[in-house]
Structures are given as structure tokens and as C-alpha cells.
Design a protein around this ligand. Structure first.
Ligand SMILES: [Zn+2]
Ligand SMILES: [Zn+2]
Length: 365
């Protein structure tokens, strides 16, 4: 078999954990029949990227999993998509297992491999030079990425593509947890632990579904203030005041729903303790949920807000256009070359959702 043809790209490569990313020139295979080549316009930076930067993988890799861009080339088998289309990239799934066939790709049996395997599902890699890509089926910290019909979402050309990038993971996860996984009811009470991009998306979604009491919990007052502007009815700084006593003072008991986005073990514990009987808590860290809670309380471990990206992302875009999901207030843009600065700002908490501006060059013919 001859070597597949390649194109030159530039990508932010992590060669050594905990060291800065370096933008390098690489060669990447042209799209296969079932792939699309996307020229990346922007990419959000999510906490999972940062966790990997700090040592979650060995060997040179390209991270990034909240990409948005313009379709540049399509594989022969691709239908319903053409060069020039605007797309947002989301998580990858196999499309063949039972959960995928039943329209529940967030439960894909090969979810881990498809998103964290740094290879295609057949084990191959499109990047040359020993660098591994395909993170979340994209590796969007690059000028170009390969995606498939499973993780690509067509979006309206009328909106700025760079703004839409973070819809693919963090915002989908926060809003999907409230709207899909917990199915929060109107008139209910909800506490959201952590006012980062995922938590703030959950707060906005809780307002959309008309929860009555929306309590934001964080240790950063600036974020709590923003949470209140986006829909929280109450806020608690849990470094300064007792979480249990504060929630009790607000609701007279516990809450009906909790979204736990901090991945802090102590907070996960509180999530189970502060639920009203019949209440539901969602853990977003991947931690396994404890079973056997009394009083019909449920704790769920949620992935990607149980969202089907091709349905849920257009729904979020519509809500944004109606002014009901103003996620633009979380975003700060950085030039691609400032990627390490953007990561540092996110870690320090001074930026909620960094978005890298990767290219704004004219669309290739
Ligand atoms: Zn699957
Ligand atoms: Zn993410």
C-alpha cells in the first residue's frame, strides 16, 4: 500500500507533560472516505485539555476538543456536508455499539478509546513524525483537523464561528446535564457546585427550564457575581461560609437537584448529603456514583450532558440567538500563539472560557 498523501499543518504539540505547548509544523494525512478536513477557525480550551497538559499522557500529542471551523475537503463517502460549510466539532463515538445505535452516543461503549485513545478507532493515526492526534476525534489545537460525521455539527453561517467553538464540550456538558440528564423541572430547586464554564452553562440552563431556586457555589466572588447575572437566585462562597448551613438557610432543607462540576471529593460527598428525598445529583468528574442512598435519592455520573451533539448544539445556538443562553459572556479570545498564556489564565481562574483564534484566512477553493 502506498503511503497516503499528506498536507502540512501547524499544531500545538505537547512533548513533555507540564511543559509549555509548542506550535510546530507537522504533516497530516488527507481525509479518508469517511472523514472531513476542517480548517480550524477557533478552539476552546477545556479542563480536560489542561489535565492532559499536566501529565495525562506520554509522548508527543495534540490536544484540543472544542473546535470550530470551515470544511475544506470531504471524503468520498461523506453526504450532507460540503466544502465551505461551517462546523462545530464535538466528542467522538463509534456509531456501531448498542448505545450509539439507540441514539445515545454519550454512552458509547468505546467512548474512552474514541476520545482519549489518540488514534482513530482502527488504531491508525493521521499525524506523521510520531505525534499522536484524534483527541476527541479532532485534536483542535491545530490549523487543520480531521473529523467524522459522528462528531461534526453543521452550524449557521450567520454567526461568528470563533464564538461557537466552546459549544462542543463544556457548554454542552453543563446545559445538557440540566436539560437531559437531570431533566430539571420548573419550580424546583438546584445547586450548581463550581461556577466555571460547565457550572455557568448549568446555571443558564436552569433558568431556561424555569427552576425556581438556583444556587451557585464557588470560591471566587467574581464568578459568583456573574452566576447571579446569568440566572442564579442565590450564591454561596463556600470558602467563607458553611455550605450545608447556607443551603439550609436558603431552602429550609436540601435541594431537588445538584450539578457537581468541581471534581472535588468533598463536594461530591456534599452532593449526596444535600439532596431532598427524591432528588438527583449529577457528578461530572467521571467519579462513580455511590449507590444505596436513602429516600429515593439518586446520584448519576454524567458524560457530555447525555447530549447528541447534532441535535443539542443547534438547540443551544437557537437559545443564544434568543438571548436566553448568553455564553459569550464567559469567553475570552486569545491568539493561537498565546496558547500557554490562555491555559495559565484558565488555571488561575482569571479567564472562564479561553478560546484560541487559530485562523481567519480566506476559505481555500
Ligand atoms: Zn458506540
Ligand atoms: Zn471538555
Amino acid at each position: 500500500m502506498p503511503e497516503p498523501p499528506t498536507i502540512p499543518i501547524r499544531a500545538a504539540v505537547l512533548r513533555t507533560p507540564s511543559r509549555p505547548l509548542k506550535i510546530e509544523r507537522l504533516e497530516m494525512e488527507c481525509p479518508r472516505d469517511d472523514e472531513v478536513l476542517v480548517r480550524m477557525v477557533a478552539s476552546g480550551i477545556c479542563h480536560t485539555d489542561i489535565d492532559f497538559c499536566d501529565g495525562g499522557a506520554s509522548g508527543p500529542i495534540v490536544l484540543g476538543h472544542e473546535g470550530s471551523g470551515v470544511v475544506e475537503r470531504i471524503g468520498k463517502a461523506m453526504k450532507g456536508i460540503k466544502p465551505g460549510d461551517h462546523v462545530v466539532l464535538s466528542y467522538q463515538s463509534c456509531g456501531r455499539c448498542r448505545p450509539c445505535r439507540r441514539g445515545h452516543p454519550a454512552g458509547c461503549q468505546r467512548f474512552w478509546e474514541a476520545n482519549f485513545g489518540f488514534a482513530r478507532l482502527d488504531g491508525t493515526n493521521a499525524l506523521r513524525g510520531g505525534v499522536r492526534g484524534h483527541f476527541f476525534g479532532q485534536s483542535s489545537f491545530a490549523t487543520h483537523a480531521l473529523a467524522t460525521v459522528r462528531n461534526l455539527v453543521k452550524v449557521p453561517m450567520s454567526l461568528p464561528l470563533e464564538l461557537l467553538a466552546p459549544l462542543g464540550c463544556g457548554l454542552q456538558t453543563g446545559a445538557g446535564t440540566v436539560m437531559n440528564s437531570l431533566a430539571v423541572r420548573a419550580g424546583s430547586s438546584i445547586a450548581v457546585f463550581g461556577a466555571g464554564s460547565v457550572g455557568l452553562a448549568a446555571v443558564m440552563a436552569a433558568r431556561i427550564v424555569k427552576a425556581k431556586t438556583i444556587i451557585a457555589v464557588d470560591i471566587n466572588n467574581r464568578r459568583l457575581k456573574l452566576a447571579c447575572e446569568l440566572g442564579a437566585t442565590h450564591s454561596i462562597n463556600n470558602r467563607r461560609s458553611d455550605l450545608v448551613a447556607s443551603i439550609k438557610a436558603i431552602t429550609g432543607g436540601g435541594v431537588d437537584y445538584i450539578v457537581e462540576s468541581t471534581a472535588d471529593h468533598e463536594m461530591e460527598q456534599f452532593a449526596a448529603e444535600l439532596l431532598n428525598p427524591g432528588g438527583k445529583a449529577a457528578l461530572l468528574s467521571g467519579a462513580s456514583a455511590p449507590d444505596g442512598l436513602p429516600g429515593e435519592r439518586h446520584v448519576l455520573s454524567v458524560i457530555q450532558g447525555d447530549a447528541v451533539p447534532q441535535k443539542f448544539i443547534p438547540k443551544l445556538i437557537k437559545l443564544y440567538e434568543e438571548g436566553r443562553f448568553p455564553f459569550d459572556r464567559l469567553v475570552k479570545f486569545y491568539d493561537f500563539t498565546k496558547i500557554n498564556r490562555a491555559i495559565a489564565d484558565s488555571k488561575r481562574g482569571s479567564t472562564i472560557k479561553p478560546v484560541l483564534l487559530i485562523s481567519n484566512e480566506a476559505i481555500a477553493p
